[in-house]
Each structure stands twice: as structure tokens, then as C-alpha cells.
Design a protein around this ligand. Structure first.
Ligand code: HPA
Length: 294
């Protein structure tokens, strides 16, 4: 591993408000705009950032404490500019727990966004479709999540709580904002494509699931499975940010795999290509609608 942030024990790695401020200061010093909406683009979904006008582009590696993604399809650049009349900060790619980062470091960018004054977070990911109605290329509006990785002890809020950042025991009963969800459904209907709705479940990865894993995940009520998003949403809700979550279904996660078929990262990236135009149209529409309601 070449990342300077890996290689030391990160099990008890905690960050302070001063460190979030330090990262925010670096971003402020490189960006002309003060964003109010943050976007995190998952595997293969980075092209959306190309539509940001008057962009200031900052490499993650130049931002103090930022985790740098080591995975193909994650560009590792932060783009600050305008999109559909909104001041946005777009993360092209994210870091994952399976890369070796602590949960606290994975959630750090969201806390830095909050420090910058961002109050709305739009998170996207590539996910496997557990619900048989979900097909590769579909978009799923996340209505709720199952924090399986958190139940196993991996929660970014573990450690000392600074009450200036958020409460010790944050409420998660409406993790995905009902108003933003309604806006997304309205925009999708206007665009004329189906936006499915469902529950996302986060696993640690990086190995994909066995058929028995998948049967279990389906049984406990998950519709789509992935390896991200939930830690970020947990940190965002802790800080009182509103969240919209969208999963691009990249592959079928079926307990009865067709013989000879294996789930691969290439498949995930390939589906990203067909998903990108829909996702771009949807997110732009949501941002436009948010502007009207301000
Ligand atoms: N499982 C877990 N994570 C994923 C998948 C999957 O099938 N597809 C994309 N991310």
C-alpha cells in the first residue's frame, strides 16, 4: 500500500473538529464557491462531475486526512462548482472499509462537508440487486438501510463524541429525507423512467456474497447490497444533514446464480455506463427542483 494513511493501526483512529476544520480550510482555499450540496459518486459514476461549471478541482491526496480510493472507477478528485443553479461539492469516488481505512476516516469527508456548511448530501453507489424485481441498469431510490456492518461494531461514530458535531445517540428513523425522496420520484416520473424503491444493506466486502449470504440478506429485508454509503449516511445524519441515496443496480445478486456466472468488478463498472445518463438526468432534475423550493 502506498497511501500514507494506511499501515498504522486505525482501529482506534478518531478525528477532532479541528482536523475537520483543517481539511475544510484547504478546500476553501482552492474553491471560489461555498457549496451547500454535497454529492458522493460511487463506482463508475464519476462522469457526472463533468457537467459541473466553473469547477475547482482538488485531488483527495492534497486534502489533510482525506482517504484516497485505491479502487478502479474511483477518480479521487473533488469538484466544487455549479450544477443546475446549485453550488455543489462533488466527490468523484470514495474510500471503502475494505481498502483498510477506519470507519472514522471513511466518514471524514462527510464531516468536512458539514464543516464547509453543506446541509444536503446526495450519495450514490453501485449495488447488487437482491430483490428479483431489480435488474442491472435500474436505479433504486434508497428508502432506508440496514447497517449490518454497524451492528457488527463498525460504526463511524464509535469513539469520543463532540457534541458540537452532533448527539451521542443520533436518531436514524428517517435517515433518507422524505421530501428529497418525493422530489426524486417526481423528477423520475417527469423524465419517464422507473425509479424503484428499496432498502440498501452495507457489508464490509471486498469478497462478494455466497448464495447463503444472499438468502440471509433477502430474508432480513434488504433489496440491494453494497459495500459503502451507510457509514457516510450515519455521519451525515449525526451532523443533521439531509440525505438522498440512489443505488445503481450493477448486477443481479441472486442466491441461484446462473451456472458459470460470476460477479465481477468489471460487470459493476460496465453497468455504471448505462446507469450514468439516467443518474445524471435524475440528480440534475433534483437539484433544479431544490432550487425552486429554496
Ligand atoms: N455485492 C456487494 N457489493 C456490490 C455488489 C454485489 O453484488 N455489486 C456492486 N457492489
Amino acid at each position: 500500500m502506498t497511501s500514507p494513511t494506511l499501515g498504522r493501526s486505525n482501529v482506534t483512529e478518531f478525528f477532532t473538529r479541528e482536523e475537520f476544520e483543517e481539511a475544510a480550510d484547504l478546500i476553501r482555499s482552492h474553491a471560489q464557491r461555498s457549496p451547500s450540496v454535497g454529492l458522493i459518486l460511487g463506482s463508475g459514476l464519476s462522469p457526472l462531475a463533468a457537467d459541473v461549471t466553473e469547477p475547482d478541482i482538488i485531488s483527495y491526496q492534497d486534502i489533510p486526512y482525506f482517504p484516497v480510493s485505491t479502487v478502479e472507477g474511483h477518480t479521487g478528485k473533488l469538484v466544487v462548482g455549479q450544477l443546475e443553479g446549485q453550488e455543489v461539492l462533488v466527490m468523484q469516488g470514495r474510500a471503502h472499509y475494505y481498502e483498510g481505512y477506519s470507519m472514522q476516516r471513511i466518514a471524514l469527508p462527510v464531516r468536512v462537508m458539514h464543516t464547509l456548511g453543506i446541509n444536503t448530501l446526495i450519495v450514490t453507489n453501485a449495488a447488487g440487486g437482491l430483490n428479483p424485481t431489480l435488474r442491472p441498469g435500474d436505479l433504486m431510490l434508497i428508502t432506508d438501510h440496514i447497517n449490518l456492518i454497524g451492528m457488527a461494531g463498525l460504526n463511524p461514530l464509535r469513539g469520543p463524541n463532540d457534541p458540537r458535531l452532533g448527539p451521542r445517540f443520533p436518531d436514524m428513523s428517517q435517515a433518507y429525507d422524505p421530501v428529497l425522496r418525493r422530489i426524486a420520484l417526481k423528477v423520475a416520473a417527469e423524465l419517464g423512467f422507473a425509479l424503484q424503491q428499496g432498502v440498501y444493506i452495507c457489508l464490509a466486502g471486498p469478497s462478494f456474497e455466497t448464495p447463503a449470504d444472499l438468502r440471509f440478506l433477502r430474508m432480513i429485508g434488504a433489496d440491494a447490497v453494497g459495500m459503502s454509503t451507510v457509514p457516510e449516511v450515519t455521519a451525515a445524519r449525526h451532523a443533521g444533514m439531509k440525505v438522498l441515496g440512489l443505488s445503481g443496480i450493477s448486477n443481479v445478486a441472486s442466491p441461484e446464480p446462473s451456472e458459470g456466472h460470476e460477479t465481477t468488478h468489471e460487470e459493476v463498472l460496465e453497468a455504471g455506463k448505462t446507469l450514468v445518463p439516467k443518474l445524471i438526468a435524475l440528480i440534475k432534475g433534483v437539484l433544479r427542483e431544490m432550487g425552486k423550493r429554496r
